[in-house]
Design a binder for this molecule. Structure first.
Ligand code: AMP
Length: 215
């Protein structure tokens, strides 16, 4: 099936690819959303990434825009978030998606909301050019999923003026999307600091269209 999909997979004991979304063990609501959106079957990256990510493993995915990579990491994100104790007042998110640009972050936030809604989870997007104070308020109202550009996200974690920032103590799911572009744009130091503040027992995944040495 991998050969048919054009998928190459390497690593220790890689789970076999999925043929149907019904076999992924998604929540009932999530599967209904996938069907309602007209996704007949997993794309190549989804077929291979879903069983890997749903089994809690770290992964690197080489996939471009249009491959369906967003759902490949968002569906396991929802399943992961539903398996965690509910957020308490003051808790930060269960997971983070880092994206290089406002445009991508906004697109991923919209996708995340569509998938999160049925299970009663909340997704919030943060990026530069929008009021920081409003974003912090929105985050503090409770967000299971936070999507953002590295610069703005770091500013919200460590706001100037000593007010408490966004806590990453509950973050156990971290996605780097379009990692090659983030490195091209010089975001490596911010990414290091953000990821370094999340839980060491987190699940980490990286998606990139190309795979240069820096990535
Ligand atoms: P992406 O590569 O994540 O930006 O996704 C590209 C487009 O494909 C988006 O509009 C998705 O909603 C759509 N899409 C993702 N997965 C599937 C699927 N399995 N079947 C059909 N469309 C999909």
């Amino acid at each position: 099936y991998r050969a048919e999909l054009g998928v190459r997979a390497s690593g220790f004991d890689v789970p076999r690819p999925l043929k149907l979304f019904e076999h992924a063990g998604l929540t009932r609501e999530l599967l209904a959303t996938v069907k309602r959106r007209g996704y007949a079957a997993p794309t190549a990256i989804q077929a291979q990434a879903l069983p890997v990510l749903l089994s809690g493993r770290d992964a690197i995915g080489i996939a471009t825009t249009g491959s369906g990579k967003t759902a490949a990491y968002l569906l396991p994100f929802i399943v992961h978030a539903m398996d965690q104790p509910p957020l308490q007042k003051g808790d930060g998110p269960i997971g983070l998606v880092l994206a290089p640009t406002h445009e991508l972050a906004e697109q991923v936030t919209m996708e995340a909301r569509k998938f999160a809604k049925g299970d009663g989870l909340r997704a919030v997007g943060v990026w530069g050019g929008v009021g920081k104070y409003e974003q912090l308020k929105e985050l503090k109202a409770g967000a299971d999923i936070v999507v953002g550009t590295p610069g703005r996200l770091l500013e919200l974690i460590r706001p100037k003026g000593g007010q408490p920032g966004l806590s990453l103590r509950r973050v156990t799911y971290v996605v780097l999307d379009e990692a090659d572009r983030m490195f091209d744009m010089g975001f490596a130091p911010q990414i290091d600091r953000i990821v370094g503040n999340t839980r060491p027992d987190r699940q980490t995944m990286l998606f990139s269209a190309t795979f240069p040495a820096a990535v």
